[in-house]
Ligand binder design. Structure first.
Ligand SMILES: [Fe+2]
Length: 178
């Protein structure tokens, strides 16, 4: 099983402004992060929070990307948190090529997880996530998520993941000559 620290994610109140500021910062400090920028939106399948996010992708598939996210519409819990404590580092994400095993390993080691069953954005049912509690992690949530491939502006299922053997087979049938 392979796990890497995939991204640091900031909860921001104005996604466009945060995007502009981070593009400015990264253009000076790490221009490679501005080569591939992905976007997503969707509702959390469990609590219904409408979210939109943008990720400055690290060019190294096991490198750390920078993600910004904000509520896609008002009236949900992020409004209250933003009003109370302002913008902040919301989570650090670990992505695995075997999500279920990563979760099982955490449970076996008595690492406290926030969700009984994983959630996902309703727009990407294949992208599972759960979280280690901020108390255990001393501040941010630790997101545990499915490894993805950045393709164009989207996150796509990674054919090398344990749950994607069928997808891998389809790709091999299509692209690997006999
Ligand atoms: Fe994330």
């Amino acid at each position: 099983m392979g796990i890497h620290i995939d991204h640091i994610s900031l909860l921001v109140s104005d996604l466009d402004k945060a995007y502009e500021d981070w593009e400015h910062i990264l253009s000076v400090l790490s221009p490679e992060h501005t080569i591939s920028v992905t976007r997503g939106e969707g509702k959390d399948d469990v609590d219904g929070t409408p979210m939109e996010w943008v990720t400055f992708q690290n060019q190294d598939p096991t490198g750390v990307s920078i993600q910004l996210w904000s509520p896609a519409e008002p009236g949900h819990w992020p409004d209250k948190v933003l009003a109370k404590k302002g913008e902040y580092v919301h989570h650090i994400a670990f992505c695995s090529d075997n999500f279920d095993k990563m979760i099982d390993d955490c449970r076996e080691a008595d690492i406290p997880l926030v969700l009984e069953e994983p959630s996902n954005p309703n727009t990407q049912p294949w992208l599972k996530w759960n979280f280690i509690s901020p108390e255990k992690a001393h501040g941010p949530l630790i997101e545990l998520a499915t490894r993805y491939l950045a393709g164009g502006e989207n996150w796509l299922p990674h054919p090398g993941n344990a749950e994607n053997s069928e997808l891998l087979g389809e790709l091999e049938d299509r692209f690997v000559a006999e």
